[in-house]
Design a protein around this ligand. Sequence first.
Ligand code: ADP
Ligand code: MG
Length: 246
Amino acid sequence: MTALLQVQNISKSFGGVQAVRDVSLTLQAGELLALIGPNGAGKSTTFNMVGGQLTPDRGSVRLHGNNIAGLAPRAIWRQGVGRTFQIAQTFASLTVVENVQMALLSHDRRIFQWWPRAAAHRRSDALALLDQVGMAAQADRPCSELAYGDVKRVELAMALAPNPQLLLMDEPTAGMAPGERVALMQLTRQLAQQRHMGVLFTEHSMDVVFGQADRVAVLVRGQLLAEGTPQQVRDDARVQQAYLGT
Ligand code: ADP
Ligand code: MG
């Protein structure tokens, strides 16, 4: 079976700094893969090569077998790769449901239609997405009034709007309280299973990584040190030495 995502030997240098060297990853549909490693290990650079913000110097990024390395971010997005950002990106002055409507409209290219009519058309779809992230009851509140953890849920609903097959989440729980972190990734896990969607995420909290990921890949100084189930990675002596510090 062709993997949802197959990253093969990607490398990227910035001037003299080799940020990522020969990294390979495989992700199946429905699965959560955590990419962990110290600051500067190359996690964001790897994400950006999958999402199209950066072109790998070498190697390939295959989505269902098709090489997408070097395509523009929007082209990659159109092929079913969604993304959330470290700082949640919503329009504070719009309501929760309007934000999700915007996300739906920008995908189906009807943004150019007369806004009130197009938006009304998409309200029920947006409410259905909000229901999936537990935010339907707050649909008509402005985003500016929400707690940060709830903004992250709205952002997740927005990322789901184009029905992605692969969701990239770079530090999705940054700035959140520990309990909220686990809850957000539990929700993401449920959604991945229901939607048969793969999720690649980075995360600092080891509770979240070892509790929620199906598999874990460890990057150190741009190179893949280990990859496996949470248990395999936790038990790996090289990981303990180089990264977990235990
Ligand atoms: P992480 O996300 O794991 O913290 P990054 O991928 O952001 O790591 O960075 C990996 C390395 O590449 C670091 O040494 C960083 O300083 C360097 N780097 C990242 N982006 C750039 C850039 N645009 N220009 C120069 N160096 C960069
Ligand atoms: Mg980073």
